[in-house]
Every structure is written in C-alpha cells, then in structure tokens.
Design a protein around this ligand. Structure first.
Ligand code: C2E
Ligand code: CA
Ligand code: CA
Length: 318
C-alpha cells in the first residue's frame, strides 16, 4: 500500500480480494475460483478491500463471467457496434440529434444488447475501454453524417465509474481534438444516480467537460434522488425523463403529474426536457401539450444501425 513515485507521479496500487470457502462455496478448484471471482468483483464494486462469497447475491452465472472475460479482446477486435436513435424537436418536428447505443457483435452468440454486458463491464475495468471506444465510434459515424449534410449532435452514455476516473477528461479532450468536434456537437448522458453518488466530485468533472463545449444530459431522471441545490450547480443542459413515467403517463395520473412537474422544474432551471420511451402518437401529443421540448422512442424511431437511419432520414419524417 506504500505509494511508489514514478517521474514525480505518485502511483498507488490497490488490491481487491474475494474469498471462497471449501466445501460450501465450491466442490472443486474450478467452482471455488468462480465463487472467489464473484466475491472479488463484489469487493471491487464497493471500492476495493475484501469480500466473502455470498451465494444469495451471486448474479454472475458462469456464462456471464466467461462473457466478460472475452470483452476486452472483443473491443480490441472491433466487435462493438453502435445503433443510433433519433430525437425529435416537438416545436418544429425536426430531428435534433441521435443517441448512440452500444451492441456487441459476438462471434458465437450474435448481437448482444447492453443488458448482457454493461453491468459486468461496470464492475470490471472494461468500462474504461468501453467508453472511449463508444465515443470514438460515435464521432467516426458523426463525421460521416455531417459530410452527408446532417449537421446533428451525437449523445453518448457515460457510466458512474467514468465520472470518478481522471482519464475521462483526457480521453474527451484528445477525441475532440482528433475529430475536430465543434461545440455542442457531442453530448454526454449521465444517470441521475451516477451524478448523485459523489456530487461534489461530479460537479468538478462536469465543469471541465462543459468547458470543452460538450453538452450534458441527466438520464433516467426521476428514478434517483436529486438534490435541487446540486442540480442548480451542475452545468447541465438537458433533463431526460425516464421511460417508466413516459410509458405510463396516459394511464397513470401519478406518472402524468411526475412528467408535468419535471417539465416545469427543468424549464424553471433553464433546461431542455427530453421524454424518452415514447411509443405512440397519443403520448407524443400529450407531451407537446405539456410543453416538452424533445421526444425519443420507438414511435419516432427504434435504435438502428446508421445505414437504416440514413434511409429513414432520406424518406423524410412523417
Ligand atoms: P438508456 O441510456 O436509458 O437508453 C435507452 C434505452 O431505452 C435503450 O435500450 C433503447 O433501446 C430503449 N428505448 C428507446 N426507445 C424506447 C421506447 O419507446 N420504449 C422502450 N420500452 N424502450 C425504448 P438499450 O439500447 O438496450 O440500452 C439500455 C441501456 O444500456 C441504456 O439505457 C444505457 O444505460 C446502457 N447503455 C447503452 N449503450 C451504452 C454505452 O455506450 N455506454 C454505457 N455506459 N451504457 C450504455
Ligand atoms: Ca441514455
Ligand atoms: Ca434513459
């Protein structure tokens, strides 16, 4: 635990330890190692230290652990794909940008969606390779759509772990320079829960990000607990109301109230509001009446590879 000085930089080495006991946690070396691995990830998720295997919280099946062990090399081999989902401006009906959503084109298992690998990437170090790669692929694709005459921003999702990582700002700065990204053309989405984990630290990083001309969105708004005083201090441009509320706003009075108050709150704070998870025209019209700025959802367009989006754009929006 003694820090090592290298070129006047202080490096600290940390270890996370997972403990599995024989015979309760495994009857052979293979099973024991697996249980120890699960416990180790548990320890890592808590920020390091020691964890003892607990079968009741073991969501890591052997299949998923095997999957994540392939993930870093999959990134290097170019197996990540992006799907893009349009956002529409309700005031003029025009496309206002695209959200990039990652998929993994696995050699044997086909196209995997984020629910199969993001959570595991987030508790391992893979997230530090995933985010820069998604950013890079997004900017590459954006370069093409700008060349095709669509001067529209791209939004990329960040994880809570990216927010507590010093490398994050360096990666962003380098990419912006490399791809000559103009102010406002890159947006980052961070969940409310991620931002509120350590708001003071988040504010510091968000300010640096914002200074680069990157726009910031709070994702899944309404599912976490935001402190308004922190919200006010964060250089945020947009609030995105969570699918859960938007989906049910026509049938549930409660959800409708939440949507309406979130829109009012955002506007009072001078923020734009996106409603995501818009699945039918009735919901979209209701949101328009409520003065919502932007919508995203299956009704407007599903996340799809760029080639499909491009033909959708060419046809013109309904
Ligand atoms: P999210 O950021 O909230 O993304 C929206 C999710 O809702 C997407 O799922 C999208 O396909 C889905 N969706 C869009 N419109 C509708 C709709 O009308 N109805 C319903 N029911 N769902 C809709 P997807 O692509 O499976 O992504 C799931 C989550 O995985 C994302 O949630 C995000 O948290 C995470 N994720 C995706 N790509 C990345 C990434 O590159 N980095 C990180 N850190 N997380 C990512
Ligand atoms: Ca998002
Ligand atoms: Ca969301």
């Amino acid at each position: 635990r003694e820090p090592i000085i290298v070129d006047s930089m202080k490096l600290e080495i940390d270890a996370s330890i997972g403990i599995a006991k024989y015979p309760e946690d495994g009857k052979d070396s293979h099973e024991l190692l697996r249980s120890a691995d699960v416990a180790m990830y548990e320890a890592k998720a808590k920020g390091g230290g020691v964890a003892v295997y607990d079968s009741s919280v073991d969501i890591h099946t052997p299949e998923r652990l095997a999957l994540i062990s392939e993930f870093n090399s999959a990134i290097r081999d170019g197996q990540l794909r992006l799907h893009f989902q349009p956002k529409i401006n309700l005031n003029n009906g025009e496309v206002s940008g695209f959200e990039a959503l990652v998929r993994w084109q696995h050699n044997d298992m086909g196209l995997l969606y984020p629910d199969k690998f993001i959570a595991l990437a987030e508790v391992s170090d893979s997230i530090h390779y995933l985010t820069p790669e998604v950013l890079r692929l997004s900017l590459l694709q954006q370069r093409e759509w700008i060349a095709a005459g669509y001067n529209l921003p791209v939004a990329v999702n960040l994880s809570a772990r990216n927010l507590i990582d010093d490398r994050c700002i360096t990666v962003l700065r380098d990419l912006i320079e490399q791809y000559d990204v103009k102010a406002g053309m890159l947006e980052l989405e961070l969940t409310e829960t991620a931002l509120m984990q350590d708001p003071e630290l988040a504010i510091d990083l968000l300010n640096q990000i914002s200074d680069l001309g990157i726009k910031l969105t709070i994702d899944d708004f309404g599912t976490g607990y935001s402190s308004l005083s922190y919200l006010r201090r964060m250089p945020i441009n947009t609030l995105k109301i969570d699918t859960e509320f938007v989906n049910n706003m026509l049938s549930s009075e409660q959800d409708s109230i939440i949507v309406r108050s979130t829109i009012a709150l955002a506007h009072n704070l001078n923020l734009d509001v996106v409603a995501e998870g818009v699945e039918n025209i009735e919901t979209m019209e209701r949101l328009k009446e409520m003065d919502c700025d932007l919508v995203q959802g299956y009704y407007i367009g599903k996340p799809e590879p760029w080639s499909n989006i491009e033909s959708w754009l060419d046809k013109g929006i309904g």
